[in-house]
Design a protein around this ligand. Structure first.
Ligand SMILES: [Zn+2]
Length: 207
């Protein structure tokens, strides 16, 4: 890879330039009698068509574009990366978390008291939520739910019972309506029969 002197059919000396990344080839005119000089002659010609020769590595137009893009990405990622956030809580932080969990967590019920979660504790103490999770799991109990959730569950159960009762009532009423309707239709049919039996004239006189 890199530069390789070749002699053209015409007898002219040329340099075959090979991309070190993808192997793409380009041939440019250069005098390779001078062993050290031909790369120097070839490089400016290559640069004109977008190639690059950086740290003794030759890259074609597209490989150079890729390298630049990656370089930019690395730069951006380096900037975005946070300064070393502590991975572990200090002893003082651990004690604080344990103390706070003693208030916020109901060990007997195995859940947080109303309004508290791993996140609220972490926020109050200004620590990583993951630390609270670990200490809570180890010394207190499962996250499971909290009292709010338990209350919500009860609430929903009560609502389901109420809606079920309403549904039953509706079904009973529908049955009633059905039977009322049946009765009215039967009456209508009986009237129609009477009408037929009596005949149109009599009916007119009656009305
Ligand atoms: Zn290439």
């Amino acid at each position: 890879m890199g530069f390789k002197p070749v002699r053209h059919a015409s007898g002219q000396s040329r340099v075959q330039c090979i991309c070190d990344d993808c192997g793409r080839e380009e041939v440019v005119c250069a005098d390779f009698q001078n062993r050290n000089g031909f790369a120097k002659q070839a490089v400016p010609k290559l640069q004109k068509i977008g190639w690059a020769y950086v740290s003794r590595r030759l890259r074609c137009l597209s490989c150079e574009a890729k390298r630049k893009a990656n370089h930019m990405k690395d730069k951006v990622e380096t900037v975005v990366e946070k300064p070393d956030a502590p991975k572990e809580p200090s002893r003082a932080q651990k004690r604080e978390i344990i103390l706070w969990l003693g208030e916020a967590y109901d060990a007997a019920k195995g859940c947080y008291v109303a309004g508290e979660t791993d996140h609220t504790v972490a926020e109050t103490l200004n620590v990583m939520p993951g630390w609270v999770v670990n200490i809570r799991e180890e010394f207190f109990g499962p996250d499971g739910s909290n009292e709010d959730l338990a209350a919500l569950k009860q609430d929903i159960a009560a609502q389901i019972t109420a809606v079920e009762a309403f549904q039953k009532d509706l079904q009973a009423r529908l049955l009633q309506i059905g039977s009322d309707l049946g009765g009215m239709k039967a009456l209508r049919d009986r009237l129609a029969k009477i009408e037929q039996a009596v005949g149109p004239r009599v009916m007119k006189r009656v009305s």
